[in-house]
Design a protein around this ligand. Sequence first.
Ligand code: NDP
Length: 461
Amino acid sequence: MAEYDYDLFVIGGGSGGVRSARLAASMGKRVAIAEEYRLGGTCVIRGCVPKKLFVYASQYHEHFEDAAGFGWTVGETRFDWQKLMAAKDQEIARLEGLYRKGLENAGAEIIESRAVLTGANSIRILATGREVTAERILIAVGGAPNPHASLPGHELCISSNDAFHLTALPNEILIAGGGYIAVEFANIFHGLGVKTTLIYRGVEILSKFDGDLRRGVHKAMVDKGIRIITGDVIEKVEKTEKDLVATTMHNGEIVAGQVMLALGRDPHTKGLGLEAAGVATNGKGAIIVDAYSRTNVPGIFALGDVTDRVQLTPVAIHEAMCFIETEYRNNPTSPDHDLIATAVFSQPEIGTVGYSEEEAAKAFDELEVYRAEFRPMKATLSGRAEKVIMKLIVNAADRKVIGAHILGHDAGEMAQLLGITLKAGCTKDDFDRTMAVHPTAAEELVTMYTPSYRISNGARV
Ligand code: NDP
């Protein structure tokens, strides 16, 4: 039998790669993990974590305003971008340190370099030129922002990566896209005082979500003062003396200090040596894997965003744990991608799990939709006009709740718990016999006793 330098070589120190390396090393496997940038990957370094910190920062001006209704007088307030960046950087460095420590404690070797495949069992470490061999190779290199290379002037635009390193906030920003990143950052920049425009090609933002929530978040954003242009795209971006000018197809020119592209993320597979190893990819460059994260090359595995299954951190971590179960614990386990709860940290927030009403109407004959729209208690004194929307989609045939959607404060937190109920196959009757927690917004989820409307063979009745 061939003798390899490592039992497992992981390329990519993000959520999926680090979890795999740490678990395998803690089982006594000889593990190396190569990372070309910083340990923690997109989520920790330039994604979920710093984004959520920015979301918190961007909400304070509303908190200050709301306080008046509760008897507070808030003095002069001022926001300091440099201070936020420094605090954010410090926290990210702390988390990166924890990732490093976890790997070191487990006994994994950390290689701070780009690594590329040179064969089915071999990898070249570019920093040193050294070639090493491994019995198993795991590719967990994630994704990178779609640069929209066909857009003239795309090189003048920033991506979410750059948004975390801006030296100063622009006065105005134009954000292209209507997905998670575009919507979250539009709210962040607006909340921090930047005049914000979002431009989206489709009819309504957040194309993958329930229609009610899409319309609700759109309205709430516009009411706050964010300009949303739908049915339009940027055709070119040019630089003037002190600004950028984006020419749109239907809405003329938009002048902004920054233009941000948030048009999806591509698998980060270019130049990875996949051809040398014979690893197959799809048309988007994503590595093709089977239900056990196995590529077409025996011994080479891939998981997380690079496989373009579901681009979410918890999914990559789950796939990593399944990989370890399957390959090192003799317990074949394939990741379960069904009913993934998710949140969009827009303002107000979206929390959702399961079928949207539109998807459910196509997939089921008879549905009951329970829907509530109300002003949250805090808004009664603060005077804020924001509404909460809650919605349960029920399959009439077996009474199972197949979709749960929330727009409003802490919707992400609620979605996590709703995810358990849908995963457990709870019926509407289970919801009905659950005592309410009072006074909360979430109690509405267990007190919507009569359907707001029904959907029969795709049509609302
Ligand atoms: P999304 O897939 O969410 O959205 C991409 C957006 O870009 C869509 O509105 C899409 O339009 C639009 N688009 C794509 N190509 C073009 C084009 N050529 N011209 C104009 N518009 C275009 O991607 P994001 O970049 O927002 O985020 C990447 C992924 O990261 C997300 O899918 C998500 O999985 C993950 N993420 C998760 C977060 C969370 O959990 N809170 C936060 C941030 C990111 P259309 O809808 O019409 O296709």
